[in-house]
Write a protein that binds this ligand. Sequence first.
Ligand code: XIL
Length: 296
Amino acid sequence: GTTLGTAAAEKGRYFGAAVGTYKFGDSTYMTVLNREFNSLVPENEMKWDHTEPNQSQFNFGNGDRIVSHARSRGMSVRGHTLLWHAQQPPWAQNMSGSALRNAAMNHVTQVATHFRGQIYAWDVVNEAFADGGGGGRRDSNLQRTGNDWIEVAFRTARAADPLAKLCYNDYNTDGINAKSTGIYNMVRDFKSRGVPIDCVGFQSHLGSSVPGDYQANLQRFSDLGVDVQITELDIAQANANAYATVTRACLAVSRCTGITVWGVRDCDSWRSGDNPLLFDCSGNKKAAYGAVLDTL
Ligand code: XIL
């Protein structure tokens, strides 16, 4: 393959990018996007604050634009994200208890139903575990509605869109550590009790090196019977060796189904100053691009 998407497809995987509809009028951006990638994820457009700005008033306009662009070009779509402690609309931030629980699960139902049949994998729950050595849940308004909120969200999502793969997604889970082990234990528990979970996303917002047990960590999750995906990859200064290492790790794990980079060009990145992506601001391929393509 001569592009990221075609090369990944030859290995039975996808290579995707996070996108924003506000850049769809930028021809340099669209040229790279349409040439290189065969999967898209909205960087912001499917988050709670965007999709339900007022309670029970849904706005799917920009999410639909991304889905229709992807579908017209044969790209798959990752949905990001149904429930998260961040980027909640103000009305939800101010809720608690059963009112919040009901509003959250209604949100899952409405959004997953709207996009039913069009999403390859949903990040049903994003970033629900705490950093540091405890391995436990992050405190949040959602967590305070009861520890079962995650499994209820997965069951609710499955009922709304039975064909989408349902993922748990998080960061700082790129090696074997207390946080990733806490998630591992949750996934094992879900599998043993029949809670519908199909995949785990590893955001992989990395410094310039990759944990030595990165591949082993992907492997231990896939050994639980779930797919794994690299969902938000970006690497400080786009270290080419690190990009190659992540790519190699995904190819080495048979249930690693794809890689998504968190933006197209450095200027599109949320990590301003880190130049962490595969294309420079003019849309030129960087060294890391060649390292990834050669590895695929
Ligand atoms: C980031 C977006 O890139 C920014 O545009 C936005 O302002 C904040 O969110 N983990 C996630 C993503 O799961 O949704 C975040 O995206 C980056 C960290």
